[in-house]
Design a protein around this ligand. Structure first.
Ligand SMILES: CC(C)(COP(=O)(O)OP(=O)(O)OC[C@H]1O[C@@H](n2cnc3c(N)ncnc32)[C@H](O)[C@@H]1OP(=O)(O)O)[C@@H](O)C(=O)NCCC(=O)NCCS
Length: 168
């Protein structure tokens, strides 16, 4: 699947919010105001992966979509001298095709340019796909944050040294 990474544009918001709703249980998915808050926070940026519509197989949500379709996005931020991944979401039909890798690499490059020496993120302890994905990208589990999600679900806090490890 061919795709490109670009900056967020205002008109993308509803699509990104719907993708987030599809990616996560209601307990974890952002409300619209929450997502807008994280995307607008000082130091925050959003990158979007966009592919040609109609490339996915029959029966896919992407099949027959005209023009470009959004395949995924990442929201990240710089906090003083460290980076933080707020969320990364790839539509189910486009997973395991490198979209998540490209989004994460682009965000890490931008964080590095902004002076971040390391990047941190939180992921639910039961999100095996995400944990495998992040480990494959060089992230290590630093600690468990008990009750991180609404006091009900623990998070793994994962980190990666950007300055020492190659971005990729
Ligand atoms: C996690 C997520 C972003 C990965 O995106 P993706 O586009 O599928 O990732 P990639 O295709 O770039 O995968 C790169 C590598 O990560 C690992 N990986 C990704 N998904 C995996 C899975 N479900 N199981 C095992 N390993 C996986 C693999 O090593 C993969 O390489 P391979 O396909 O050559 O084996 C995607 O599954 C997603 O959006 N999930 C729902 C939202 C979510 O949980 N986000 C994380 C929030 S903390």
């Amino acid at each position: 699947m061919s795709f490109r990474i670009r900056k967020f544009e205002k008109g993308d918001f509803d699509t990104l919010w719907r993708i987030d709703q599809d990616c996560f249980d209601p307990q974890l998915a952002y409300s619209r105001p929450e997502m807008a808050f994280y995307m607008r926070r000082p130091g925050s940026f959003t990158l979007v992966a966009e592919g040609e519509g109609g490339e996915a197989g029959n029966g896919s949500l992407l099949a027959g979509s005209p023009g470009f379709v959004i395949l995924g996005f990442i929201v990240a931020e710089t906090r003083r001298k460290s980076g933080h991944i707020i969320t990364i979401d790839v539509v189910a039909e486009a997973r395991r095709t490198g979209v998540g890798s490209a989004l994460l690499r682009a965000a890490e490059e931008r964080l590095l340019r902004a002076g971040a020496g390391a990047v941190a993120l939180e992921t639910p302890v039961n999100n095996e796909a995400a944990i495998r994905f992040y480990k494959q990208k060089g992230y290590f589990v630093e600690k468990t944050a008990a009750g991180y999600y609404s006091g009900q679900l623990d998070a793994l806090v994962m980190t990666k040294e950007l300055a020492r490890s190659p971005v990729g």
